[in-house]
Each structure stands twice: as structure tokens, then as C-alpha cells.
Design a protein around this ligand. Structure first.
Ligand SMILES: [Mg+2]
Length: 182
């Protein structure tokens, strides 16, 4: 059975931490008004007392090479992003990816201790001992430790720098890890 690759959007696919006016090479700009973004913007504007101000779309940088490169990996792809189903509606088509399963996070969001990222326990629960790799910009050593202690199966927690997004090295590391499972 192929391992699962859990894919975060903001950070690995959308290098949001790159310098604002210098789009990284290979990326294209998309301005999206997704229902989740609109709801969040509306809340923000209302909090600031500007309920009628025009809403700005979310600027997202995406690299069309990432879709085929992800698809070619020896993994089954699953979204692990706060975009949830919107990753299928807005991100997958731009990258040429098919509709993918996604993790539906608990609401309200859990608050783990010891610097563990909130997604980590949710992912381990979702994985049920299955082998998985996970790409995310928020992974730290605390998450690796937590997964070692709570996940009974192989796991690779691979941090991607949100200034650059997924690069060739990351794809190589994922492939190398999947090869060790055989
Ligand atoms: Mg992220």
C-alpha cells in the first residue's frame, strides 16, 4: 500500500512568507474570494467598524509545476490544510490535481500543550497507524516527538520553508523516505 502524503497549502504550495513584492520564480498570482476568506474578512472589517468596506481577495501564489510533481510521487495525496474542501475548489484545478480527500479539522480547534502544533494530534488520529508523510511550514521538533510517542507507524514530518515553498529537495526527500518503506 502506498503511504499517504498530507499536503498543507499555505507555506508549501503558497509561499506566503516571501517578500510581498517579489513573487518567487515559477509562481503565478491568483486573487481568490473563497467563501472562508470572505467570511473571515467580513468579520475583520466588522470588528474594525468598516462593515461596508470593499473586500480584498486573498492573494495566493501557486506554481503550476507542483501539481504534476506531487502527482508523480509514490504517495496517495490528501489535503491537510485549513482550506479543507476549498483546496479542491480553488487550488487543485490551478495545479492540475484531481479532487483529493481532505482532513476535516475539529471545531473548535484543539489546543495541544508543549508547543505541539494543533494539526498534529488531529493528523495522528486521522492516520490510525497508517504510514504518512506530511509537508507543512509549521512543523517543529515538538511535533516530531509527539508523533513518535503517539503514532504507531512510519511517519515523516517534513517542514517546508514558507519563504520558498516546495522545492526539488523536498520532492527528493519525500521520494527517498517512501523508498525506505518497501
Ligand atoms: Mg501552512
Amino acid at each position: 500500500m502506498r503511504p499517504t502524503l498530507l499536503v498543507d497549502v499555505d507555506g508549501p504550495l503558497n509561499p506566503y512568507a516571501a517578500k510581498p513584492h517579489r513573487r518567487p520564480a515559477g509562481y503565478e498570482t491568483h486573487r481568490l474570494l473563497t467563501p472562508r476568506w470572505e467570511a473571515a474578512e467580513r468579520r475583520r472589517l466588522t470588528e474594525w467598524g468598516l462593515p461596508n468596506k470593499r473586500m480584498k481577495p486573498l492573494r495566493v501564489w501557486l506554481n503550476p509545476d507542483h501539481g504534476p510533481a506531487l502527482d508523480a510521487l509514490p504517495f496517495d495525496l490528501v489535503w491537510a490544510t485549513t482550506w479543507e474542501e476549498e483546496a479542491n475548489a480553488y487550488v487543485a484545478p490551478v495545479l492540475g490535481l484531481p479532487e483529493l480527500p481532505f482532513i476535516a479539522w475539529s471545531s473548535p480547534r484543539p489546543v495541544p500543550d508543549n508547543g505541539v502544533f494543533w494539526k498534529t494530534p488531529e493528523i495522528v488520529t486521522w492516520a490510525k497507524g497508517r504510514a504518512f508523510a506530511w509537508i507543512d511550514d509549521d512543523i517543529t521538533e515538538a511535533d516530531r516527538t509527539w508523533v513518535k510517542e503517539h503514532h504507531d507507524g512510519p511517519a515523516l514530518l517534513h517542514r517546508v520553508d514558507p519563504r520558498y515553498g516546495l522545492a526539488l529537495d523536498d520532492f527528493a526527500a519525500l521520494t527517498a523516505w517512501a523508498t525506505t518503506l518497501n
